[in-house]
Design a protein around this ligand. Sequence first.
Ligand code: PMT
Length: 395
Amino acid sequence: MKLTGRNILLGVTGSIAAYKVTFLVRLLVKEGANVKVIVSTSAKEFVSPVVLSTLSKNKVLESFYKEEGFVWNNHVDLGLWADLFVIAPATANTLAKMNTGICDSLLTATILSARCPVWVAPAMDLDMYAHQSTQNNLTQLIDKGVKVLEPESGQLASGLEGQGRLQEPEVIFNQIKNFFTANSPLSGKKILVSAGPTYERIDPVRFIGNHSSGKMGYAIAEQAAMLGAEVTLVSGPVSITTNVAGINKVMVQTADEMFEACTSVHKSMDVIIMAAAVADFKPKHFSDKKIKKKETMTIELEKNKDILKFMGANRNNYQTLIGFALENDNEEFYAKGKLEKKNLDYIVLNSLNDKGAGFGHNTNKVTIYSKVGTRMPLPLMSKQEVAREIVSLLV
Ligand code: PMT
């Protein structure tokens, strides 16, 4: 599904054509997109929010407050969430508000907050569309970066003939699909990502592990796949999953299994990103019987193979290798040491001393060092945003 994982915000305003948007929502959801709908107050006269919320699988939003308990519908979060914002149908009134920056509703405030591309698909009677005010608004919106999906000509709801009909849902849908295909700069690239912890078995019930949740690695795999890459995600045991298209997930338990899974494909990869927290040691002996309770116990450990170091030593010239370093003292020194010793292009340092960074959190705070000496410190941000920054190095 070409739109899996894409976040599409649909703004619906008060035109008779609003009913057509139900077909658009259905097409987008069928193609795997996450769809949220914001309606203007008058849109509800033309299309049922119940239909839109059933089809989009999300509650339809209208006002700044959710009915229950005065909870804020955050227009800023919605604007940041969206990869594309389509206002369809867009009335003359909404176009005028958009052009002048009026934000007297959740919909218009979200339009001002959106960082993603904003499209409008106008629909209105022919004279309203041809009116100089509407045309001026459209011209100025185009100057401000808004894309206009020009209305079609034909018979209008008023019975008159002329330009003003909303583009057919299939036509809008195809343009959305083309937009995301054209925005796939990693198309044709093969990327190996590792994520999560490894579990080193002691006996049938016990293991040595760590706190990695897999969130960082999965976010990287998803961002890369959404930009068109063919991703192999080698994952240790985690409780999260992904349904983004273009990710071939290989589940492993131990560092040895992760070594096998990574090294069996690494030669054919354009990019390798090791976000997994691989155990450095494993028990020297595995007991196939559950070890009985004793007063004290010693487990002899032996070193695991360093997967990234192996891949750095056996890399192709065209490959980009990115490692992670999780440190809690002398961070920069150790991170730079790993960059050099493992023959990497970049190392992403996260420190256990930074609040909200490292294991388990939905956020991370990283500094990216390159082999040519650059240093890119990033503020605390969601793991998705960190992933976007890392993947943008490749773009
Ligand atoms: O999974 P989350 O909860 O989201 O947490 C994310 C994270 C903290 C696990 C991630 O951001 C991170 O820092 N991953 C690397 C952690 C780590 O083990 O770092 P390290 O300094 O021990 O290893 C350096 C690099 O070598 C890493 O890229 C690691 O994957 C790799 N390595 C390490 C040991 C080994 N035997 N083989 C390896 O390939």
